[in-house]
Design a protein around this ligand. Sequence first.
Ligand SMILES: NC(=O)c1ccc[n+]([C@@H]2O[C@H](COP(=O)([O-])OP(=O)(O)OC[C@H]3O[C@@H](n4cnc5c(N)ncnc54)[C@H](O)[C@@H]3O)[C@@H](O)[C@H]2O)c1
Length: 342
Amino acid sequence: MVNLHHTQNRMSHCSVRLSTLVCREGLAGSEDAVIRQTGRFDVISLRLVTRAVYRNHYDKINHSDHEMPAKKWDKKNNVASGKRVNQEVKPASRVAVVTGGAMGIGAEVVERLARIGHHVVIADRDEAASAAMVARLQSQQLSVMAIPIDVSDSVQIATAFGVISNTLGRCDILVNCAGVAKVFPFVDFPLEEFERTMNINVTGTLLCSQHAARQMMHHQWGRIINIASVAGMRAVGTGRTAYGTSKGAVIALTRQMAVELAEYGITANAVAPGPVDTPMTQLLHTAQFRTEYSKAIPMNRYGTVSEIGAAVQFLASDDAAYITGIAMPVDGGFLSSGARGL
Ligand SMILES: NC(=O)c1ccc[n+]([C@@H]2O[C@H](COP(=O)([O-])OP(=O)(O)OC[C@H]3O[C@@H](n4cnc5c(N)ncnc54)[C@H](O)[C@@H]3O)[C@@H](O)[C@H]2O)c1
């Protein structure tokens, strides 16, 4: 059993030996190799291994333009023949990847999953915010690490999931939370903004889920949770041409994944939050918009990151084993509501 909690001294001693190991073994610096060489495996070691392996991978990609090949899933050998691998994944050793985990809703999800014992990877393009999260949570002995990633870049996604596979050996839970929103009137919506939003919110979700699902299939267990929005189910005021369309697509994508991944023990669900106070909405929502939006919600208020995180945590758990393909609104009743003043 891997012990994740060692003293700081033992960690730094281990780190030196690990750096040597990584340089010597390159991408073969897997969890097993680390334990073999050092007799232990912990978050700081992991961070060092990951940083070195990531650099190695990234250099290769930058120099050769070569995308890492995905592992092939042999459905015939592993499912049809009944040779299922490791169906009993112990909750305490699960690896969770949270895109957009450096702030807002994603940061809450990271903290919740880490507090219940998962090893959590923050996959975010904001390196400074990710590093601050890692430092804060590691100081509380939680198992978190950061891998910088821009989910609009297919090469960076392949690299990051390659690193996760090589260092942690698995990805059991994926939360696709990275997302952006910009508002423009429909008739003037700039094409480049539409494409950028779709790339991050939809294509990023698709690609991360493909990479994660390939790893989950090996273990016949997985949870994919996509953060959609009520704007994917209903027009929320004006200006959300790209955002609303992207979140509608995320919900459709979730259903498709659910159907195709169910036989591998993988569920795929979406959470559709109503408005929540985060760095995103602090920029996007004017005071007048806030007042009007709150009035349209039966509970008369914005949600909290904790209320969204709780739904994600549930869908990521064993208790949600028979739920797949849904889009769960967490919206204070907004979607149920019509003309409230009547
Ligand atoms: N806040 C809300 O009211 C609300 C409501 C419904 C849905 N959502 C959705 O929840 C998710 C999180 O929203 P939030 O309000 O916490 O946003 P936020 O802006 O506060 O945080 C988003 C995080 O995603 C990261 N990110 C953005 N683009 C990225 C990219 N290309 N690659 C990697 N990381 C990237 C950012 O660095 C940031 O850490 C989004 O998908 C959003 O659409 C938010």
